[in-house]
Write a protein that binds this ligand. Sequence first.
Ligand SMILES: Nc1ncnc2c1ncn2[C@@H]1O[C@H](COP(=O)(O)OP(=O)(O)OP(=O)(O)O)[C@@H](O)[C@H]1O
Ligand SMILES: [Mg+2]
Length: 143
Amino acid sequence: MDNIRYDFEIEKDDFERAGEASSSIKKILRQLGLNSGIIRRVAIAAYEAEMNLVIHSNGGSIVIEIDPRKVTIFANDKGPGIKDVKLAMKEGYSTASDRIREMGFGAGMGLPNMKKCSDDFSIKSILKEGTFIVMKMFLKDGD
Ligand SMILES: Nc1ncnc2c1ncn2[C@@H]1O[C@H](COP(=O)(O)OP(=O)(O)OP(=O)(O)O)[C@@H](O)[C@H]1O
Ligand SMILES: [Mg+2]
C-alpha cells in the first residue's frame, strides 16, 4: 500500500463546517477497511484537534497520513500559540469563553483526549507563530 495523504484547511470560528474534516477522515479510514478501534481513536483525536483550530486558533490545517504501519495526524495552525503547554495539557484546563461553553465546548478535555487516543503524541507551540501537534496511531497486524 502506498502512503495516503489528505489535507484539510480549517478556518477560525467556522462552526458551520466544524467537524467536517474529522468526519471525512473517519470515512476514509472506513473505506480503507481499518479496524473500528483505530478508526475511533483517530476520529476522536482529529475531531478534538479540528475543534481546537476552530475555537482557539487563527486557522490552520489537519493533515492525515496513512502508511502500512501507522496513521499520523498533523494539526498545525497560524497562532496565537499556547503560553503554557504543560498547563494546557491538564484535564479541565480551558480558556474557552462563556459563549463557547454555552455551545458545549470548553471542558478542557480535548488535548488530554488527543494524547490518550495516540500511541505517540507531540505538541510544540510558539507564541504568535502557532501550535504544531503530531499524533501517531500504530497499526497492528490485522488492522
Ligand atoms: N490550537 C490552539 N491554539 C491556541 N490555544 C490552544 C489551542 N489548542 C488548545 N489551546 C489552549 O489549550 C486549552 C486546553 O485545550 P483543550 O482542547 O484541552 O480544552 P478546550 O478546548 O478548552 O475544551 P474542550 O476541548 O474540552 O472542549 C484551551 O482552552 C486553549 O487555551
Ligand atoms: Mg479543545
